[in-house]
Design a protein around this ligand. Structure first.
Ligand SMILES: [Zn+2]
Length: 406
């Protein structure tokens, strides 16, 4: 029969929030046709009569969104810092905690001691929390090993998580996260190890999809970051940067110069930074969890990102020190309540713009023909509810690569 479209599965009976062009772009009472792992047709259900599917799945109301994208996490680490969190709230100062071996160095020590299996298992528990609320793509960084073997082990753990769970995992090498204790008086020595030894090995073993660094007074200078980025670029690895979180060092402009996928945090970004990011197509990844936990006052320049049309992503920044976040949805609420984003911008930040921050906007992040069939059905009336309900686990059905996985 002419005009017939054959596919494996047809999903219908819900309003489809496609997030095309970063807007809700809702198809009321829509249908999605899937062949293998891709969307082959999407539109109003009444126009789907020509589609012949092996499996029909009616949703009986509710909404369908793209699978959520958490584009900035540090899910792999040893130990946790709940003890320090409690100490601080009992009046113990940061310097006393640091003197006891606390802070990032305690996570570095615990990560170095952990086996590959231990890293995979503890990160898996945290990853499961994100998957339960509809995440189908997640980025995970190294950066707590801070020696060659421990950084490689973290990256191997990240690759292993991708095998163990139904989720796309993007791996980022963040060896330039902090100066290792062994290089306390010679941070440039560690930068040289990263550029000359670690990154070439990471690239040849295909252990990372991108390279990140932390540009801040308490971490690395723009000059040091530029060395790491130059090495990454030579190896064909895209870059991203923790920039302008606590002060303005021009890291986001540097990131733009290197055509970075994203610059992340950005509380102290200036108009010149934002203009440079717009010109290079660099995504602004906003991380309200760390802002909240550190009780920061300076909010990222959301109005400037809008003015210059820099896409804004939102992510959990899940990490043991400044954002022990196990819910991306809670971050969407914080992006609105703390940073003044709209719910539509927040949802775009955890779908299409999150995908863009990972260089994956052509294959996921919105529901369009040709993209992966990664989507989530929610028994909700409207998409703003995903942002509005404060925490808790909303029931949802997750479809990953065309298969219902929960
Ligand atoms: Zn981070």
């Amino acid at each position: 029969m002419s005009g017939e479209l054959r596919c494996e599965s047809l999903w219908y009976g819900a309003d489809i929030v496609t997030m095309q062009d970063g807007k809700y772009s809702i198809i009321p009472d829509g249908a999605i046709a899937v062949r293998q792992d891709r969307i082959v047709w999407i539109g109003p259900a009444r126009e789907a009569k020509h589609i012949k599917a092996g499996i029909h799945t009616p949703f009986k109301g509710g909404i369908v969104t793209p699978g959520l994208v958490d584009c900035h996490t540090h899910l792999v680490f040893g130990g946790d810092r709940s003890h320090e969190f409690e100490q601080r709230l009992n009046g113990v100062s940061y310097s006393e905690i640091a003197a006891q071996g606390g802070g990032i160095i305690s996570t570095v020590n615990a990560t170095r001691k952990a086996t590959l299996e231990q890293l995979v298992s503890s990160a898996g528990w945290r990853l499961e929390r994100l998957l339960a609320e509809g995440v189908t793509t997640v980025e995970i960084k190294s950066g707590y090993g801070l020696d060659r073997d421990s950084e490689l082990r973290m990256l191997q753990a990240i690759r292993q998580l991708a095998h163990n769970y139904p989720v796309q995992v993007q791996s980022t090498c963040l060896a330039a996260h902090a100066t290792p204790p062994e290089f306390k008086d010679d941070p440039d020595g560690w930068i040289a190890v990263i550029c000359d030894e670690l990154l070439p090995q990471v690239a040849s073993e295909k252990l990372a999809d991108a390279v990140d660094a932390f540009c801040e007074h308490l971490a690395f200078s723009p000059e040091q970051v530029a060395r790491v980025f130059t090495a990454a670029q030579r190896l064909g690895l895209p870059v991203k940067l923790h920039a302008e979180q606590l002060s303005s060092l021009g890291g986001s402009r540097l990131a733009a110069q290197f055509n970075a996928l994203s610059a992340d945090h950005l509380e102290y970004a200036t108009e010149a930074d934002v203009a440079a990011m717009a010109a290079s197509g660099t995504v602004a990844v906003l991380l309200p969890g760390a802002f909240y936990l550190l009780r920061e006052k300076q909010v990222p320049p959301v109005e400037l990102f809008r003015k210059y049309r820099v896409p804004m992503a939102l992510a959990s920044d899940a990490n043991p020190g400044t954002s022990p976040a196990l819910s991306l949805r809670l971050m969407l609420n914080m992006g609105c309540t703390l940073f003044g984003m709209t719910p539509e911008e927040a949802l775009a930040g955890a779908t299409i713009h999150g995908a863009r921050a990972l260089g994956l906007a052509d294959s996921q992040g919105s529901l369009e023909v040709g993209k992966y069939a990664d989507f989530v059905h929610w028994p909700l009336q409207r998409p703003a509810e995903l942002v509005y309900w404060l925490g808790g686990q909303l029931p949802c059905q997750v479809i990953f690569r065309g298969e219902a996985i929960r």
